[in-house]
Design a binder for this molecule. Structure first.
Ligand SMILES: [Zn+2]
Length: 132
């Protein structure tokens, strides 16, 4: 039987869009939509109803931080005119691209945080495949 993954391993796997429990990378049905169960360890990615609300929260926070940085840099670069016809499309584009790109990471990262808060149950994964 494997041992539960350490917090740092959970975070690394979450940031790399992998199954937090076993590290499997082939967990995506489409962009940002994981399969129901990990094909290797059997982890159900949506551990409870509404599980991915936390992922939306992480995505929102990270995207706002990136938007803030891009906004400040783009305002510095366009000062003193602050050209709205440049600032608006750049910042809207960065926000849309960031939220889309980060969506799958936010889901596996949130599942990692969730496992830290509510550890894996003995019956939740195939422990011969999970852990580390
Ligand atoms: Zn797995």
């Amino acid at each position: 039987m494997g041992t539960p993954p350490s917090r740092s391993r959970l975070l690394r796997r979450g940031l790399r869009k992998r199954c937090p429990a076993c590290g499997e990378r082939e967990i995506w049905a489409s962009w940002g939509r994981p399969v129901e169960l990990c094909p290797r360890c059997g982890l159900r990615f949506e551990r409870i109803e509404g599980h991915f609300v936390g992922a939306v929260g992480i995505n929102t926070i990270v995207s706002f931080v990136v938007l803030f940085i891009v906004l400040i840099v783009s305002m510095i670069l366009t000062a003193p005119e602050f050209e709205l016809r440049i600032l608006l499309p750049v910042n809207v584009g960065v926000t849309l691209a960031m939220t889309t790109w980060f969506m799958p990471i936010s889901k596996t990262l949130w599942t990692s945080f969730d496992i830290m808060m509510r550890p894996l149950r003995p019956d939740e994964v195939d422990w011969s495949q999970a852990g580390g």
